[in-house]
Design a protein. Structure first.
Lengths: 530, 380
C-alpha cells in the first residue's frame, strides 16, 4: 500500500501546449444545439399521472414546454419503447418494466419526480380487530391474517401493473428473510397464501380504486400507492376510512422517473424536469397528489408519515424478476375460470372482424411470444370456456389448462377450435351471455377459490333471443353469492355502447373499446382484470 | 444543392444565434459551442450559471451529456464530443489510449466517502466498524467486509434500537458494471482481499471476485449512475440507504449550497483505506483541450469547483470553505490506495459480474427445471 501522510487532494494539472485553439463558430459545434423546434414533449405515461395535469399546465406557462400525455399501462409502455416508440419521453411509477422488456438502452436520461411507497390500506375496524391500529404490521402478519381467513384485499395484477408488482416483490423478499430475492428463495407456499386473499384485481391502479369503492362492503383492504390511498380517504367515497399499514420488513417505493427517449428533445426535457423538481413545484405536487417530494429541502406533508420506512431490496437480475412474474401467473395467483362469449354472427364476416378476434384469442392461447404475450397467456390452473353464438348459442367448450407451453395438447386444441369458428346468422347476445353466465357459475361452484369472470365480445345489436332487460332481471334476481362474477365487455363494430356499459356496471366489470387499435391488445389488457 | 442550401442556412442561423446571444454579454468574441460527456456527479457544476458565465467569458458555451463513467470509456459514441470527463483515472487512461489523446487534465479530485446518519454511524461504531473523529467518521472497510461475510442484519447488531431492520448490513452502491463509484468501492475491497495489494493481474482479479461479489450481489437492484443512490439518501433516507457509497464532493456540494438537503444528523464517513477519485478530462478536439486547460488553471473555475465540493490544487481553499459552512470533513488521508489499471479493473468487474450472474442463472435454471419436472409428472 502507498502510505501517504498529509493532504493528498493536490489536483494534478497536466499542462499541454495546445493553447489558443478556439475555432470558428462552425468549428465542432453541432447544429442540434440551436434547434428551435416546437417545445412539445409527447409522453407515454401511466394513467395515474392524470392527476399531474394542473402541474403540467403550470409548467407550460412557466417554461413554454407543452406536454401531450398518452396513457398506457407500465408493461404495454415498456414494450412500445422496446419496439422503438416515437414518443419523446416516458413517465411511469417505475422503470423496472423497461428493464424487463430489454429497453433500458433507449432511456437517454432519467429524473425522478415524486415518490410513493406501495402499502396496504385496511378498513379501520378490521385493522383494529387485527391489532394493527398503530399502522405497524409485518408482511408476515398480513400473510397470516389472510391465511386465517381474517383478511381479503384488492391488488392489481403484478404482470401488468406496477403497484401489484411492487407489493409482490416486497412480500416475496420479506418471506425470503428480508434480502434481495434470488431464484431459490422464492417462497411459493407463503406467496400462494398471500395471493389467496387477493379477491379483487385489475390491470391498473386507477380502475382498482373504482372497483374497490364498489366492493368496499365485501373487501376490507387494498394494496395501492400511499398517494392513491390518502387521496381516496379524502375523497368521501368510502363509508369507513382506510388505515395505512407500512409493512415493517420493507416496502417498494415508486419514484416516477421521467425518461427521455428522443435526443432531439433534450432541451425541452431538461427544462421540464428542472421545473418539476423546483422546491415550490415539488411542494405543489405533494399537496395536490399526496406523492412525496423527491427534491431535497421540501417540507414534509403532514398527511404522510415521516417515520422510518424500510425499503425492500429489489431483485438484482431481470431473470429473477421474470421468474417471479412467471410463477405468479402459473402457480402463485388464484386459479381462474374464464368464460369468453364470442359473437360469430354474419356481420363478423366483414373484413378485420372474425380474423382479428381469432388472432386475439389464439394470441392468448399461445400464439403470442412477446413479453406481454407470455404474461397474458392462458396459464396452468385456469379453466377456459368459449361460448360462440349467432342466432343462438352455437357451441360451448371448456379447456383445463395444465401448462403454458404453446404446444400443450389443450392450447393446441383451443387454437384449432378458434380457427374453426365461422361467421353466419343473427345476433342473440343476451341468450348467449346467459348461457355463459351459467357456465361461469358452474365453474365457480366446482372451484370456489378461483377468480371467475366473463368476457363478452360482440360487433352488433341484439336481434334474437332474450332482451337485455330480461338478462339484467335474471342477473339481479340471482342470490347474492352468484352476483360476484364480473363481466368485461368489448365494444366492437356496431355494438350498442349503452347496453355494454350497463352490463359492465351492474357486475363491477368494465367496457373496453375494440374499435380503435388492435383487438389483440384489448384481449391482452383484459387479462389483467381476470 | 438542397443540402448545401440547408447547411448554409443553418450556418447563418448559428451565426445569428451567436450574435443575438452575445448581446449584453461581457465579450464580443464569437462563442464556440463545446460538447462534453461527463460523469453525472459533475452535472450540477456544469449547469451552474456562474460556471457557464466563466466559460462564456473565455468564449465557450459548454454543453454536457451525462453517462456512467465506465460507459463513457466503453459504449458511449465519443465522436460527437469535444471532451470526455469521467470520474476516474483508469477510464480516462483507456479513453486517452483508444482515442489517441495527447493528454489528460485532472482539474479536481474527491475522495470516496460513505454518507450516513448519526444513529446509523453509532450502531456501526458499536459493531466496531465506524469511529467518530469529531463530526466526521472513519469506516473500517476490513471489519465491514467481515460483517457482510457473516451475513449480519441490522437488527442483530448489539444495542441497535434505532434501526431495527431485518435487512443485511450493506453499503448501497451503484451498478458495478457501469459506474465509477461502484468500481472504486470494488477496488478498495479487492485491495483488502488481495492481501493489501492492488489487484495487478487477471488471475488476482478472479481470485478475489467471489468474496467481493456479495457486496454488490446482495444489494439486489443497483442504479446506473452515482447521483441516483445519493438522491435516495437525501429524499427517502435511512429506510432505503442507511449507508451509501458516494464521492465526498456530492455531500459537500449539497451542504455548501444550503438548499436544505443536508439535514442535521447526516454525516460523512471515510473508508479506510480510501481511493481518491481524480476527475479526469480527456480532450478529443482542440476545443475540448481548451476546456481542460480552463478548468485546471482559471481561478474562477477552480474556486467554483470548491463550491461544488471538489478538492483542487489549493488545499486551503477547500478547508476554508467547508469550515465556514460548518461541514465536518476529513482533513487528510493516511490510507490511500490506487485503483487497478483499466485492464485489471475490467477483469475485476467482469469477474464480479460473472460471480453475480452465474449464481442467479444456475439457481434460476435449476428452479425452472424442477418446475418442468413437476409439470411433466402431474400431466396425465
Amino acid at each position: 500500500m502507498r502510505r501517504l501522510v498529509g493532504p493528498l487532494w493536490v489536483a494534478i494539472v497536466v499542462v499541454v501546449a495546445a493553447a489558443g485553439c478556439t475555432s470558428s463558430p462552425s468549428g465542432t459545434s453541432p447544429n442540434a444545439t440551436f434547434k428551435n423546434g416546437p417545445a412539445t414533449l409527447n409522453l407515454l405515461a401511466g394513467s395515474e399521472l392524470k392527476d399531474m395535469l394542473p402541474i403540467l399546465n403550470d409548467a407550460r406557462k412557466a417554461t413554454g414546454v407543452s406536454v401531450n400525455l398518452t396513457y398506457v399501462g407500465s408493461l404495454d409502455g415498456a414494450e412500445q419503447i422496446a419496439a422503438g416508440s416515437t414518443a419523446d419521453a416516458a413517465w411511469f411509477g417505475s422503470d423496472k418494466y423497461i428493464g424487463l422488456a430489454g429497453a433500458s438502452t433507449k432511456i437517454l436520461a432519467r429524473e425522478k419526480i415524486a415518490l410513493s411507497p406501495v402499502v396496504l390500506g385496511v378498513r379501520a375496524d378490521v385493522a383494529q380487530q387485527l391489532g394493527w391500529s398503530s399502522g405497524k404490521a409485518s408482511w408476515k402478519d398480513i400473510v397470516a391474517a389472510v391465511d386465517a381467513g381474517k383478511l381479503t384485499f384488492a391488488m392489481t395484477n403484478p404482470t401488468v401493473s406496477n403497484s401489484g408488482f411492487s407489493a409482490l416483490v416486497s412480500v416475496a423478499s420479506a418471506l425470503a428473510g428480508g434480502e434481495a430475492l434470488s431464484a431459490n428463495t422464492i417462497d411459493s407456499v407463503g406467496l400462494k397464501k398471500f395471493l389467496s386473499g387477493n379477491q379483487l384485481t385489475a390491470g391498473s391502479s386507477g380502475f382498482l380504486v373504482d372497483a374497490f369503492v364498489a366492493a368496499q362492503d365485501r373487501i376490507p383492504a387494498m394494496v395501492n400507492y400511499e398517494s392513491v390511498l390518502v387521496s381516496l380517504n379524502e375523497s368521501g367515497r368510502l363509508k369507513s376510512k382506510l388505515m395505512l399499514v407500512y409493512p415493517t420488513e420493507g416496502i417498494v417505493t415508486a419514484d416516477y422517473p421521467l425518461m427521455l427517449l428522443n435526443s432531439d428533445k433534450r432541451e425541452a426535457y431538461d427544462k421540464l424536469t428542472a421545473y418539476l423538481t423546483r422546491p415550490d413545484v415539488q411542494s405543489a405536487v405533494q399537496r395536490l397528489t399526496a406523492r412525496r417530494a423527491v427534491a431535497p429541502g421540501v417540507a414534509a406533508d403532514p398527511r404522510l408519515p415521516t417515520s422510518l420506512l424500510v425499503e425492500a431490496s429489489f431483485p438484482a437480475n431481470i431473470e429473477v424478476t421474470r421468474l417471479l412474474l412467471d410463477q405468479y401467473q402459473s402457480e402463485l395467483r388464484r386459479p381462474a375460470n374464464t368464460v369468453y362469449v364470442l359473437d360469430t354472427s354474419g356481420s363478423m364476416g366483414a373484413p378485420g372482424r372474425l380474423d382479428a378476434m381469432q388472432a386475439a384469442m389464439k394470441g392468448l392461447a399461445g400464439a403470442d411470444d412477446s413479453l406481454s404475450g407470455t404474461f397474458t397467456r392462458f396459464s396452468p390452473r385456469e379453466n377456459v370456456t368459449v361460448v360462440s353464438f349467432a342466432t343462438d348459442v352455437k357451441d360451448v367448450q371448456s379447456w383445463k389448462i395444465t401448462s403454458s407451453d404453446p404446444n400443450s395438447p389443450e392450447l393446441t386444441d383451443l387454437r384449432s377450435h378458434i380457427d374453426g369458428l365461422t361467421a353466419d346468422g343473427r345476433t342473440a347476445i343476451y341468450s348467449a351471455l346467459n348461457r355463459g353466465y351459467d357456465a361461469a357459475l358452474e365453474a365457480a361452484k366446482a372451484d370456489p377459490q378461483a377468480a371467475t369472470s366473463i368476457v363478452l365480445m360482440t360487433d352488433g345489436e341484439n336481434n334474437e333471443g332474450i332482451q337485455p332487460s330480461e338478462f339484467i332481471n335474471r342477473m339481479t334476481n340471482r342470490p347474492g353469492s352468484e352476483k360476484d362474477i364480473r363481466i368485461f365487455t368489448i365494444r366492437f363494430g356496431e355494438a350498442n355502447p349503452a347496453e355494454l356499459q350497463q352490463i359492465a356496471d351492474i357486475t363491477g366489470g368494465k367496457v373496453f373499446d375494440g374499435r380503435s387499435g388492435s383487438l389483440s391488445q384489448v384481449f391482452k389488457e383484459i387479462r389483467g382484470y381476470q | 444543392m438542397l443540402t448545401l442550401g440547408l447547411a448554409a442556412f443553418l450556418l447563418l442561423a448559428v451565426i445569428v444565434v451567436v450574435v443575438v446571444s452575445n448581446r449584453g454579454g461581457e465579450s464580443n468574441a464569437a462563442v464556440v459551442v463545446v460538447r462534453g460527456v461527463i460523469g453525472s456527479e459533475k452535472k450540477p457544476f456544469f449547469d451552474d450559471q456562474r460556471v457557464k458565465d466563466a466559460f462564456r467569458k473565455a468564449g465557450f458555451d459548454v454543453k454536457v451529456d451525462t453517462a456512467g463513467s465506465r460507459q463513457i470509456a466503453t459504449t458511449v459514441d465519443l465522436s460527437k464530443y469535444d471532451f470526455a470527463f469521467p470520474a476516474g483515472t483508469p477510464q480516462a487512461q483507456k479513453i486517452k489510449t483508444d482515442r489517441k489523446a495527447k493528454t489528460v487534465y485532472v482539474p479536481f479530485s474527491t475522495p470516496m466517502a460513505i454518507a450516513s446518519f448519526e444513529p446509523i454511524a453509532k450502531i456501526l461504531q458499536s459493531a466496531g466498524v465506524a469511529q467518530d473523529n469529531g463530526g466526521w467518521w472513519s469506516f473500517d472497510m476490513a471489519k465491514f467486509i467481515d460483517l457482510v461475510g457473516k451475513d449480519t442484519r441490522w437488527k442483530d447488531i448489539v444495542g441497535n434500537t434505532d434501526y431495527p431492520a431485518n435487512k443485511q448490513v450493506l453499503i448501497t452502491s451503484t451498478d458495478v458494471t457501469t459506474s465509477n463509484s461502484a468500481a472504486m468501492y470494488a477496488s478498495i475491497a479487492s485491495y483488502l482481499l488481495n492481501g493489501s495489494n492492488v489487484v495487478a493481474s487477471v488471475a488476482q482479479a478472479q481470485a478475489v471476485a467471489p468474496a467481493v461479489a456479495p457486496l454488490f450481489g446482495r444489494q439486489g437492484y443497483t442504479e446506473q449512475s452515482s447521483e441516483a443512490p445519493f438522491d435516495d439518501y437525501l429524499s427517502i433516507g435511512a429506510g432505503k440507504t442507511p449507508i451509501v457509497m458516494i464521492y465526498e464532493s456530492q455531500f459537500v456540494a449539497r451542504a455548501l449550497a444550503k438548499d436544505g438537503s443536508i439535514k442535521p444528523g447526516m454525516v460523512l464517513m471515510y473508508p479506510t483505506p480510501t481511493i481518491i477519485s481524480k476527475h479526469s478530462l480527456v480532450p478529443l478536439t482542440p476545443n475540448g483541450d481548451a476546456i481542460g486547460q480552463l478548468l485546471s488553471t482559471d481561478p474562477t473555475l477552480q474556486g467554483l469547483a470548491v463550491q461544488f465540493g471538489f478538492r483542487t490544487a489549493d488545499p486551503d481553499a477547500f478547508a476554508k470553505v467547508v469550515k465556514a459552512a460548518g461541514v465536518s470533513t476529513a482533513p487528510s488521508f493516511v490510507d490511500v490506495v490506487e485503483p487497478p489499471t483499466m485492464d485489471n479493473l475490467d477483469a475485476l468487474i467482469d469477474a464480479i459480474a460473472n460471480e453475480m450472474k452465474s449464481a442467479s442463472v444456475t439457481t434460476a435454471a435449476s428452479t425452472s427445471t424442477s418446475n418442468a419436472t413437476t409439470n411433466a409428472t402431474t400431466q396425465p
